[in-house]
Design a protein around this ligand. Sequence first.
Ligand code: F6R
Length: 605
Amino acid sequence: MCGIIGYSGHRRACDVIIEGLSRLEYRGYDSAGILVNENGKFVTVKREGRLDNLKKTLENYSLNGTSGMGHTRWATHGGPTDYNAHPHGTDRVMLIHNGIIENYLEIKSLLVEKGYTFKSQTDTEIAACYLDLCYKGDPIAAIREMLVKIEGAYALVMMFSDRPGELYAVRKDGPLIAAPGEGENFLVSDITASIAYTNKYFVVEEGEIAIVTSDAIKVIDHDGNTIEKTVSVVNWNTDQAQKEGYDHFMIKEIHEQPSVIRRTISARIKNGLPDFTSDGLPHGFFSKFKSIKIVACGTAMHAGLIGKNLIEKLARVPVTVDLASEFRYNDPIMDENDLMVVISQSGETADTLAALRLAKARGVTTLAIVNVAGSSIAREADNVIYTYAGPEISVASTKAYSVQISVLYLIAFSIALDRGKIYENKAKSFVESLCSIPEMVENTIKLMPAVEKIAEHLKDHENVFYIGRGLDYALSCEGSLKLKEISYIHSEACSAGELKHGTISLIVEGMPVIALCTQNELTAKMLSNIKEVKARGAHVVLIAKHGESVSEDVADDLIIIDAVDDLFTPFAATTVLQLIAYYTAKARGCDIDKPRNLAKSVTVE
Ligand code: F6R
């Protein structure tokens, strides 16, 4: 996820673009760049780090051009450096990009043959040079030719040096909004960037090309026909605009899950099978290890619990999961036969980093599953698989967890296949099921009104229990953490089978118990456990799968998720749990995005 802005108008483009980028910085902040067309010549300035670095550098420039574009980057391909910052391109053609060009290596070889050289490690520069190759004086023809070639997700804004004042834009699976003003027009990732100048906007749809000048925004279809767009008006302030109208970043990020899961998995699927070669992991990478140690903190550790369940079940490789803060002081037993997997959204968590360093010092191969490119953990691990969640602003992690488990699914399929535990056909059908998950999460999000009603009941309680078995127990741990951290209700996750070894003594009349029952082979056992707590007066909220043999009278409230193979229920179930936490905290009037005493990145132990 990155922030993009294009401008053509009557003001100094540099000022407008920097102002817009400061509103978009929440979308990515590891480097930023700007291009202004100064009397028919491109002037490009790019700096790694926060936008302030770019602003400082610009103090040495006097840029008066009235058209240009800017970008704030969330690194995917290539670290956060000056060179990798956008815009990218040549003297004739420059562009900014939000997304991932998946077949960039193939296009790169073709460009090398044509004599192109590259300054960055980015997929974007490859697309820019390919556009340059296609450009023979007709921007639309060149863009069309490029679109036939590139694969992946993109929102692109393009400028041609011999077309001063003109910007061109296209998108596929990435946000792109055109915002018409008075004598000035904008292309932006979201309306935050243009709202100080105009409250009008429309979405540039896939398959359309937008052509922007200071006087007009023209949109054409594939065949060159002009499309009349309906302009909408928005009355949000800047803060609401950053949240795209959602009340909180948390609920916005819950809604982003289908797209970020899609983005994260599609980059690792080739010919219907898991493939991590674009992450630099050779085929068969995982098969040389006898066991796997997963180490992480909080929500990331809970993702590890799902990973353990999947890898052990499918690949029959032993996996341990440890809290990083415990692991590092427990003199862990490990050797070169182990693979150490650390999971972290921020890539900066002090305990996880320390655990990683400990493993490296003992000669253990390390792999990091990380969201923030260029973070300490990403830099120090031997191998990195980036999750493509984009910046997660809400302190309570939601979309980062979903992409972490998506990667773990692919790893589990990959090991199972390499070790001959499943045939290629089975692996393909697993991958296919994983590809249908985004749609399933979309359906689950539609359960919001039902969840909101349940939250109305939960909000008046000070204790809640979560119970489940197998994968559902791992999910209970995450559901409980989510609720307690943002609603300040005390909650506990308990393996349902463990209840009668102590915890059940806490169940009293009216106590809410959130029971997960999504695993066919465990349904009978779970139903017994639910009856046990009901018999002691619990108010049971049951999350079950469509078609599961659970009758309504088992529970006081029932949430039904789509029917899928047991293996794939965590995505929908976790979405329900996130929504329960969100609406309960909202009903209690809590500061959802910034819960008390917590920080997004825990860089102290
Ligand atoms: C909870 C949450 C935390 C983090 C934990 C690790 O919602 O976000 O529990 O998961 O602090 O952080 P990262 O993943 O950045 O290492």
